[in-house]
Design a protein around this ligand. Sequence first.
Ligand code: SF4
Ligand code: SF4
Length: 349
Amino acid sequence: MKRIDERDTMFARMSYRKGTWQYDDYYSKNKDKKEIDDTIREKPNICGPGTATYSPVNSPIADANFLFLNDIKKFSEGKVNPNKVDVDKKEMTKKLKGLTLHYGAALVGICSMKDYHYYSYRGRHSEVYGEKVDSNKHRLGIVFAVEMDKEMLNRSPQLSEVIETSNIYVKAAMIGMQLSYYIRLLGYDARNHMDANFLAVLPLVARDAGIGEIGRNGILTTKKYGSRVRLGLVTTEMELIPDSPTEFGLQRFCEVCGLCSDTCPGKAIPKGDKTLIDGDLRWQITQEKCYGTWRNIGTDCGICISSCPYSQGVKKSIENDDDIDEVLKEHEEKYGARPYIREAPEWLK
Ligand code: SF4
Ligand code: SF4
């Protein structure tokens, strides 16, 4: 698989300010993206005044989480204890997985990191724009999923949604910090990949470690929690025993289902069959349409997460298309077009 350049991701593109060399460099090489990006740049910020969900008291709850994440991202890397402790890789694999779950993750796996898991170049912060990512430094990754509250996500795209996603980004960052500090203290380099400070594409890492599959909505979807999770990753030089990818039938389910595509307010999720993209047969969302919708609404939307039957819990094992039809019928009878809680929680009103 081709490595993804972080400079092409929406968050990176939105960080390029007019008049800076990063802006000039990027759009001189990507002329086709300039007009759409300049249009999105004109829109209000997520959680900002002018968005559909803005509240001067409640929007800063999510903003505060993002601000905190930005402040602590410098702790993602750190000094390694020169006095290395000899460890057994089987024992450490068991210990680190158990510790990750104990710290609050719902699912954990070990990934044998390949080149395509890492971005080719960094882009999200001006000080590291264009920096090459070294894919050889850490060849193992502890990847984990933290569950997001179902009721909060079922209020998507209201403020409750971004309050919960930002809350779980903080939780994932904390788990990653605790693990990476521990591993470095044992004498092995380790790095926490957290919100706004990723060197790797976490859904690909999680998929290859057997945590879930990537479906039509382009998000990592797990059998138990659907796409109602945020991911965290600690990469390390420590030797561990990697897991393998697993499948629970999501690809076939997505072919029949399409609920995320039907309910997406930005029309960003494709209908129909997978297409060949960079040599890989898959669905690909239109990130400009998705992100542009976020900037109108004022949250990171989340409708494709709550719409997914797996996010509400699919208990039935899917053996054939009849089982898929049955799950979709039950889902529609229970939720209509999609699960939706109109009222904010009492404490947020
Ligand atoms: S987050 Fe919203 S706009 Fe983006 S793909 Fe999902 S449903 Fe569509
Ligand atoms: S809503 Fe349906 S099509 Fe979309 S990811 Fe979930 S299972 Fe797949």
